[in-house]
Design a protein around this ligand. Structure first.
Ligand SMILES: Nc1ncnc2c1ncn2[C@@H]1O[C@H](COP(=O)(O)OP(=O)(O)O)[C@@H](O)[C@H]1O
Ligand SMILES: O=C(CO)[C@@H](O)[C@H](O)COP(=O)(O)O
Length: 492
């Protein structure tokens, strides 16, 4: 193909907990031309969850190479690249940019005592929410840094750089240390009130600001171009524009066009390793009950996240020897699948809880009860989030809920969310909203266009819609009342 007829494309990367996905998208229409995928590993037990950042880099290179190969396009067609990554992970590097230890991930709960101590040290939950937008929980990077300082002081002392997962990968691409406000707002040391690193928090953490990357003004800002080494590793030309990138949830919001005025306050539920609910707002969220994150584009992304979603339910299916869709509604059985502790509600040392068993209870009902327990947990967080955003239930109920993430491939997930929310559900046609959002950020870095307007014009058609239905309040009440009664035990 002669060079002038090669359509310009961008590459968007989603480096999330279990795998890396890359899309090659047409820079003008946002049409996904090809996708590539590579897995990476999470290790650890007893609250530990770690991954090797070098594996993320290898997976990124493999996923991009696979997507390019599928596209049939030469590397020279690529104009920009951006990475969206799992939030909160703590990456500590030596002077040459090599990881000093595996990254501690967002779902590593060993840092729960450090989170509680930090919350107290700076005036309690309200003070933290007012300052940084969020209250430290085990997930937050600040708690992980403090854990490292207390448990592996020599590693913390020798750290030459501290990064989030997506910053680490962006730096591998460009050689430049940069992050964005969205992912930075999940660290605990970035204040949404001032849109800067918070010097008081850094002092409290004994974390020198010089170890941190510069914060780009937006996730679509061009922070550099591909270095020669990165270009060789990826099979792309040197000089391709690289955007700051962002956290995976912020990128999905871009991919779904959420910052556009017509979609402000429209909620999203993501069914992945984590269950997340969020909505794009123009008002800075200040409530201890949600994570008041910054979005990719200067708006905000109040969010709540559960630790036990698709993997927890798949684990119960495996225990029962059932296929994940061989289920029935739980009946009297209630199963709270808090296998890895829980983040929302904040029960970091909780374990799974099963009650309401009868002689007649079937394995299919038990699996159905696990779906219901995970779904009610995340939907309850959604109700809280919407009321904090000033959307009473009546107004909120009229807004459709966008459902994304790997779980949407399973009919039981979709049916359970529909039955227990009663909401009008929209399943976007793109299977990769995070990578598509990253591609819009890449296009911004390459062209200077606004990523949200861009992704709004790129919008893929709706894949499937389910109309509102009567909410299954009987199941809802049974599960929430078990959760409320069990909370003191689950806290212990
Ligand atoms: N056909 C399916 N039915 C139900 N769940 C599925 C299906 N395919 C994948 N999943 C779920 O999707 C999850 C991965 O979702 P994904 O959003 O990619 O996760 P993450 O972003 O956390 O890496 C897996 O844990 C798996 O349980
Ligand atoms: O911690 C959060 C949000 O605050 C998680 O949503 C992570 O960002 C991981 O996402 P997935 O890998 O589950 O998509």
């Amino acid at each position: 193909m002669p060079p002038h007829s090669v359509p310009p494309v961008v590459v968007g990367v989603d480096s999330s907990t279990q795998s890396t996905k890359a899309v090659v998208a047409d820079i003008t229409t946002g049409r996904i031309v090809a996708t590539g995928r590579a897995t990476h590993h999470v290790t650890g037990d007893a609250g530990a969850r770690e991954s090797d950042p070098e594996q993320w880099w290898t997976a990124l290179c493999d996923a991009v190479a696979a997507a390019l190969k599928e596209s049939g396009l030469p590397g020279g067609a690529v104009r920009g690249i951006a990475v969206a990554g799992q939030q909160h992970g703590l990456v500590v590097l030596d002077r040459s940019g090599r990881p000093l230890r595996p990254a501690m991930l967002w779902n590593d709960t060993r840092s729960a005592p450090q989170a509680a101590a930090l919350t107290e040290a700076l005036g309690g939950p309200e003070a933290w929410a007012d300052r940084t937008g969020s209250v430290p929980v085990a997930a937050v990077t600040a708690a992980k840094w403090r854990w490292l300082r207390e448990n592996e002081p020599r590693t913390a002392e020798s750290a030459a750089a501290v990064r989030l997962p997506h910053d680490f990968l962006t730096e591998r691409l460009t050689g430049t240390a940069a992050t964005d406000p969205g992912d930075a707002s999940g660290t605990g040391w970035y204040a949404t009130r001032t849109a800067t690193y918070d010097p008081d928090v850094l002092r409290l953490l004994d974390l020198p600001a010089g170890l941190l990357p510069a914060v780009a003004p937006t996730a679509g800002a061009r922070v550099g171009t591909l270095t020669r080494t990165a270009a060789e590793d990826l099979g792309l030309p040197e000089g391709v524009a690289v955007a700051a990138g962002t956290g995976d949830n912020m990128a999905a919001a871009v991919g779904l066009g959420l910052g556009a005025s017509g979609l402000l306050d429209h909620p999203v539920l993501s069914l992945g390793t984590s269950g997340t609910v969020y909505a794009a707002t123009r008002t800075r969220p200040v409530s201890p009950a949600v994570s008041g994150f910054a979005a990719a584009d200067g708006t905000y992304l109040p969010l709540a996240c559960t630790l036990n979603c698709t993997i927890a339910v798949d684990t119960i299916a495996t225990l029962l020897g059932l296929h994940r869709d061989d289920t029935a509604p739980g009946g009297e059985a209630v199963l709270l699948p808090y296998l890895d502790g829980e983040r929302t509600p904040d029960l970091p040392t909780a374990s799974g809880l099963l009650t309401g068993l009868r002689r007649t209870t079937t394995p299919q009902q038990l699996l159905g009860a696990a779906y219901e327990g995970a779904t009610v947990t995340v939907l309850r967080a959604l109700d809280t989030l919407l009321s904090i955003c000033g959307l009473d239930h009546t107004t909120a109920a009229t807004r459709p809920l966008r459902l994304i993430g790997g779980g949407t491939r399973g009919r039981t997930w979709v049916n359970t969310v529909h039955r227990l929310s009663g909401r009008h559900l929209i399943l976007p046609s793109t299977e990769e909203p995070v990578a598509l959002g990253a591609a819009a950020l890449a296009a911004t870095a390459a062209t200077g266009e606004d990523p949200v307007s861009l992704s709004t014009t790129w919008q893929p058609p709706t894949f499937r819609e389910l109309p509102p239905m009567e909410r299954d309040m009987e199941t809802w009440t049974r599960i929430t009342s078990v959760l409320d009664k069990a909370t003191p035990t689950l806290l212990a």
